[in-house]
Design a protein around this ligand. Sequence first.
Ligand SMILES: CCCC(=O)SCCNC(=O)CCNC(=O)[C@H](O)C(C)(C)COP(=O)(O)OP(=O)(O)OC[C@H]1O[C@@H](n2cnc3c(N)ncnc32)[C@H](O)[C@@H]1OP(=O)(O)O
Length: 311
Amino acid sequence: MVLCAMRRQLLRSGSCAVWARLLLQRQSSGCVYSSAHGFHQEEITEKLQAFPGGSVDLLKQESGIAVLTINYPSRMNAFSGSMMVELEERVSQLESWMDGKGVIVQGAAGTFCSGSDLTAVRAISNPQDGMKMCMFMQNALTRLLRLPLISVALVEGKALGGGAELTTACDFRLMASGSVIQFVHKHMGLVPGWGGAARLSRIVGSQNALKLLGGSLKVDPEVGLQIGLADGVLEVPRAEEGAGVVLQQAENWLSHYTEGAAPVIQAVKKVVLSGRELPLYEALRTEKDVFGTVWGGQANLQALANKSKHR
Ligand SMILES: CCCC(=O)SCCNC(=O)CCNC(=O)[C@H](O)C(C)(C)COP(=O)(O)OP(=O)(O)OC[C@H]1O[C@@H](n2cnc3c(N)ncnc32)[C@H](O)[C@@H]1OP(=O)(O)O
């Protein structure tokens, strides 16, 4: 309502450019769908809660790296309805984490995620409920990708269907040896609906995306690296499997990018995000605004005082 009134006023005063900027800022910080699109958060939340099971667990660490765990091992970490709601809640908690720098998304018990829980899917297989679930998950995963944190999907075992889509809602994907990412949607008579196709096309290009979706191809770490879906492969010696060894490797990998002050790391993510999502003119102006938040800041003054050299 407020935005509509502002839009009318701005259009009357001929400030279309200002309106466009406001709209873009809103898009880059928030959700894709609102009540204007027939999306009512409370209504769908209540519906999803009717399909309980599993959990989505968040561990915020002093290092500034959080671990988000999709946890429903008896169903290969498929997303129940209540887990979709928990995912959205955990993203909200990460959005307000001032000291955060990075987040690793993993599955429990050595496998990533087998998509949506087919029990829940069967119960809401009518078009209306499907649309609501789709909008809910697109909002949650878009907000996950837009966090001012550097995010990594740590893929062990299988990432299938919606699980494969979840990997694309992170900045990076690390694949453990033996793991597979597979968009099995076609075999289910579906296409991605959690935003996975849109994001996949941007990550691997539309040719590769068409191959992965059209052929429901199994992407192993080698293929993942070749097409740019994987950013690294974690080789885990058999003797060292389990007991958090892979997670530790992922944290070491991510720490190369999260070393430094939280406001600076968050600023890095923000300028890259605006470069990725906004037209150049808008991205440049956003970059200027973000630059203003770190220029003369504590980390900047410290570096100047230290007379830093970059040999
Ligand atoms: C827009 C979103 C679109 C979607 O995500 S649609 C869903 C796409 N995902 C699927 O179709 C996955 C179907 N499951 C499978 O292919 C296999 O279960 C999978 C993951 C390869 C694992 O195979 P196995 O290692 O042989 O193990 P298994 O089949 O015995 O599974 C162990 C238990 O987990 C269950 N499970 C696995 N994926 C599930 C899912 N998505 N929803 C509900 N339950 C699921 C499976 O039914 C089995 O349970 P139970 O032991 O028979 O009670």
